[in-house]
Design a protein around this ligand. Structure first.
Ligand code: SAM
Length: 280
């Protein structure tokens, strides 16, 4: 490891570089754990995001950090690394056509009297499930509905459970939903808003790794699996979708991101609209 000299004072240790061999170790680890493929272009991202963990543990190389991660001595550290290496970009009412499809086609044809069940299966910091919950609360009134929202990252799940966001995040929330389901922060909470407690309580947030056998969650009318398969290779996409299909009730819908498709991934679901699939 090299040394650099600060303009004034003590010599400082230069940040270590990430060698190709070390990058390959993290690539393999993330693929095994989460199914996520880290393209070579992500090397700088891995270097930047994990650099602070090396510092935290006083380690001199990424190889040493990899050994710590895989030693089994620091199980909590593995979750921290996963949290740092996942990409969690999301926003309220992202890709609105899916919300329109739900409102105009799925909800009006739902099974009368049955609890409507929806799963946001890579929910990130909660914007997707809360957008869905606002729509369900408005459209279904007193009719029963349930929602599970899950992600592999515990850090984003904490943010999701809190339902607390910067006010700028509210830009895509329709005005009527803002008034009905969001509370504007005052005093020290100025510049933020909180999703109303009743709505927060209706969502069951839990950690689910889609790259492992799934827990028993029951059958769903709709599963949102949006903007997560972009990180998976074809074989992982196939396995993840095969795992999810039994969790869809017959006639249930699977939504994937607008830039994603199930072409070559499964023949067990029928395309009904762009990025919307239905179980026969
Ligand atoms: C880009 S966000 C998409 C959020 C939201 N669905 C949307 O479309 O706005 C992708 C999310 O997938 C999660 N993720 C990645 N791999 C996963 C896995 N194997 N199991 C569960 N979640 C995963 C990430 O932690 C991240 O929060």
């Amino acid at each position: 490891m090299g040394e650099t000299h600060a303009a004034h004072g003590e010599p400082q240790l230069a940040a270590p570089g990430l060698s190709d061999a070390e990058f390959a170790q993290f690539q393999g680890l993330l693929r095994r754990l989460a199914g996520i493929h880290l393209a070579p272009a992500k090397k700088a991202l891995v270097c930047g995001r994990l650099g602070k963990r090396l510092k935290h543990h006083g380690l001199a190389s990424y190889g040493a950090y990899f050994r710590l991660l895989t030693s089994g001595r620091e199980t909590h550290e593995m979750q921290i690394a996963l949290d740092l290496l996942t990409t969690n970009e999301t926003y309220f009412f992202r890709e609105p056509k899916h919300f329109d499809f739900l409102r105009d086609h799925i909800l009006p044809a739902r099974r009368p009297g049955a609890t409507f069940r929806l799963w946001s299966a890579a929910c990130s910091s909660g914007e997707e499930p809360y957008s869905l919950a606002m729509l369900l609360a408005e459209r279904l009134g007193g009719a029963p509905w349930e929602m599970v929202a899950s992600d592999i990252s515990t850090r984003v799940l904490e943010r999701a459970r809190s339902g607390h966001y910067a006010l700028e995040r509210a830009d895509h929330i329709p005005e009527a939903y803002l008034r009905a389901y969001c509370r504007k922060g005052v005093g020290p909470q100025d510049g933020t808003f909180l999703v109303e407690r009743g709505l927060r309580a209706r969502i069951d947030f839990r950690r689910v790794n889609l790259n492992e056998p799934l827990p028993q969650l029951g059958a769903f009318d709709v599963i949102f699996l949006r903007n997560v398969m972009i990180y998976f290779e074809l074989e992982t996409k196939r396995q993840v979708v095969q795992r999810l299909i039994p969790a869809l009730r017959p006639g249930g819908y699977l939504m994937v991101g607008h830039s994603e498709s199930l072409n070559g991934v499964t023949d067990d679901l029928r395309p009904v609209s762009p990025s919307v699939y239905r179980k026969p």
